[in-house]
Design a protein around this ligand. Structure first.
Ligand SMILES: Cc1cc2nc3c(=O)[nH]c(=O)nc-3n(C[C@H](O)[C@H](O)[C@H](O)COP(=O)(O)O)c2cc1C
Length: 188
């Protein structure tokens, strides 16, 4: 198949799109920013990375408090996610405007979003300057999950959560499940 060659650019898709919670509610207000440059980078210890531009209002809180939350939004929250990615905590209380409930995390000072089914509490272990963005590597030190997503066997049923995804400037809900880890080699 013929291919067109472009210069290097940010084409990886789909990506998660998450609400990152920052601040301590004292020196730095509790705030949210939308982040699509996010991913799991290590299992043990569990590390997530988020790419944040130093010009963001949230940046100082991230750098000084060395913690953040990663809140996974549902498809129904797409408009809220977009809003948190265009409005700034410098002049807007995004929790109030979008009627979101800020919840105290169990181990860090940054806030969780109650309306998100899954939230990760992260302690910053490293900050790497990459160019336009700084990579914040956060160890996930606690996870909060809505109890009704956990079945009787203690397994998380994420399909029920109807999570949001992002690809090249557009928001999507996840489609139907096509298989599970290792299903290609599992005996039928
Ligand atoms: C879909 C989407 C994805 C975004 N991803 C990122 C990102 O990965 N890193 C980043 O620094 N900003 C990203 N932004 C922009 C910030 O969320 C935006 O500048 C926000 O207003 C910053 O909030 P703050 O000023 O309260 O810190 C994204 C915005 C949108 C709408």
């Amino acid at each position: 198949m013929e291919k067109t060659i472009w210069p290097g650019s940010t084409q990886l898709a789909p990506s998660p799109v998450v609400l990152v919670g920052t601040g301590d509610g004292r020196r730095f207000p509790w705030n949210l920013l939308t982040v699509a440059w996010a991913g799991t980078l290590s299992s043990d210890p569990p590390i997530v990375g988020i790419g944040v531009r130093p010009s963001r209002f949230s940046y100082r809180a991230l750098k000084e408090l060395r913690c953040f939350t990663v809140n996974l939004p549902t498809a129904a929250m797409a408009e809220t996610v977009d809003f948190c990615g265009v409005a700034s905590g410098a002049d807007t209380d995004k929790f109030a405007v979008r009627k979101l409930t800020a919840v105290k995390a169990s181990k860090i000072v940054a806030p969780l979003v109650a309306e998100c089914p899954l939230s990760l509490e992260c302690a910053v272990r490293q900050v790497v300057s990459l160019g336009s963005h700084d990579l914040f590597l956060g160890e996930v030190i606690a996870v909060q999950v809505t109890s009704d997503l956990i079945d009787d066997k203690g397994h998380l049923d994420l399909e029920k959560a109807n999570l949001l995804a992002y690809a090249h400037g557009h928001y999507y809900s996840l489609g139907k499940e096509l298989g599970h880890f290792g299903f290609s080699v599992r005996k039928k």
